[in-house]
Design a binder for this molecule. Structure first.
Ligand code: 5AD
Ligand code: SF4
Length: 465
């Protein structure tokens, strides 16, 4: 089959993992478009297939190799393949051994070199690597970011992680911690606002340890400044580490109305002994003190968390400490995970002592208890009026879906079909353990024409699934 220039310059991207990965893909797409590539919806039409991978849990590597095997059948079509993200960084050159038809393997800390790597790819080079391995001090700042989320503009403020929790691959796959300047973050926030977005989410593996390399501005100061950007109505941030979570973050939320009433503060375990083994560098009491600050705020700040069950050595008593912590905090949502040993991490050398059936049972107990807590928490919203930002059009029951400032899902009936990005007041008529149901009681706001144009563009080429 003749391989034409136009075909070679088409790409298809598939993304797995967290919001950081989703946003990295937005930046990669922006960079590719800038380099003259065009995006296609169907992998069959693409000259270049990119696969942005995640290795946080489970047998991620195996899944990637399995997917690459499926790509194999397409190699005769003149296609080129690139593996990006955490599995790329983790497995490195091994990917070429197991999937020789892959031409480019790059971890996130080397994406700033993508234009140069693409040029080498176009010149016919194979086995191109971008494997930074905690060397770089640079961040991937690019003005060419494709904004594919229809209602939210993401901004990375800090890359990498220096915390080295004993179970976690991130410090090895995303490199060392490096903050962007607040001037560049604010310039990006302004650009996003001009595009018509009213919601911004600040991203980083540990946003709380943000420190402007030039002005020394702290995370709380940056957060407040982003909240004051003209046109911005909602600012979210993720993810926080309790060790660096300072009271001025709560004060900023109290002082700046656009900052959302939500803090995601992963605790991982309620047992101080397990926290020590996890190298989390705080105790249960230290964590609860941060929770107390948040609950003492004037605003009703919703709290959510990540929890790992079955960490090596976790006793029934330790697990019970996690359950009592859930009850003490009263989270509005948790993401519970079974511990999974990850390559390169210190915990891989600990005996993975908790049998799978015990992990499964503990996760089920955790989720069941949390569901009861949420049933109670969500109950207080009955008859309240909440402002909702619309995220999706009508579902099969004719309900529109959006979110409250607390990040709670609200499904509601409305006479019109307000587009993603509009705001509307909803009176809550029914509550469930993880969603609210209601009726629109105001006329929806009209998103800016710039946002509508952006959404129309993205609807043709969805990037992230
Ligand atoms: N096993 C289980 N869960 C993990 N997480 C990170 N690494 C592991 C692992 N090895 C969870 C943590 C983290 C979330 C993003 O994923 O709870 O906060
Ligand atoms: Fe992983 Fe801990 Fe860093 Fe979070 S703070 S990315 S859990 S090492």
């Amino acid at each position: 089959m003749p391989v034409e220039e136009t075909y070679l310059k088409t790409f298809y991207i598939e993304t797995f993992g967290c919001q950081m990965n989703a946003h990295d893909s937005e930046k990669v797409v922006g960079t590719l478009l800038r380099e003259g590539y065009s995006q296609v919806v169907d992998e069959a039409d693409a000259g270049l297939i990119l696969y942005n991978t995640c290795s946080i849990r489970d047998k991620a590597e195996q899944k990637v190799f399995h997917r690459l095997n499926e790509y194999k059948r397409m190699q005769g079509e003149g296609k080129k393949f690139a593996v990006l993200g955490c599995v790329a960084q983790q497995e490195g050159n091994k990917i070429f051994e197991r999937a020789p038809y892959v031409s480019l393997v790059a971890g996130s800390a080397s994406y700033r070199n993508l234009p140069e790597m693409l040029a080498r790819l176009e010149a016919g080079e194979t086995r191109i690597t971008g494997l930074d391995d905690r060397q770089t001090d640079e961040t991937f700042d690019t003005e060419f970011t494709a904004r594919t989320n229809p209602h939210r503009g993401y901004i990375t403020i800090i890359e990498g992680c220096d915390k080295f929790c004993s179970y976690c691959v991130v410090p090895y796959t995303r490199g060392k911690e490096r903050s962007r300047t607040s001037a560049s973050v604010l310039a990006e926030a302004q650009r996003i606002a001009q595009m018509g977005f009213t919601e911004i989410q600040l991203l980083g593996q540990n946003v709380n340890s943000y420190l402007d390399p030039s002005s020394k501005r702290s995370f709380a100061e940056l957060l407040a400044a982003v909240g004051e950007v003209n046109g911005i109505k909602r600012v979210r941030f993720t993810t926080s580490h309790p060790r660096d979570f300072t009271k001025d973050i709560v004060d900023a939320i109290d002082a700046v109305p656009t900052l959302c009433d939500h803090v995601h503060l992963p605790v991982q375990s309620g047992s101080t002994d397990v926290l020590r083994a996890m190298q989390r560098d705080y105790t249960r009491d230290w964590y609860l003190e941060r929770i107390a600050w948040t609950k003492a705020a004037r605003r009703d700040i919703s709290l959510t968390s990540d929890i790992i069950v079955g960490f090596p050595g976790e006793t029934d008593r330790d697990f019970e400490d996690t359950i009592t912590l859930l009850e003490t905090v009263g989270y509005d949502a948790i993401y519970g995970f079974k511990y999974s040993p990850r390559p390169n991490t210190p915990a891989i050398h600990m005996h993975d002592s908790i049998p799978e059936d015990v992990k499964v049972a503990r996760l089920a107990i955790l989720n069941a208890r949390q569901r009861e807590i949420q049933r109670e928490n969500y109950g207080r919203h009955l008859d309240q009026t909440v402002e909702v930002m619309v995220e999706h059009g009508a579902n099969s029951r004719g309900q529109i879906t959006g979110r409250s400032t607390q990040n709670k899902t609200v499904n509601f009936m409305c006479d019109s079909t307000p587009p993603p990005g509009s705001y509307i007041d909803v009176r809550i008529t029914q509550v469930f353990p993880s969603s609210l149901v209601g009726e629109a009681i105001s006329v929806p706001t009209v998103p800016s024409p710039a946002l509508a144009a952006q959404q129309a563009l993205n609807a043709r080429v969805p990037v992230v699934h």
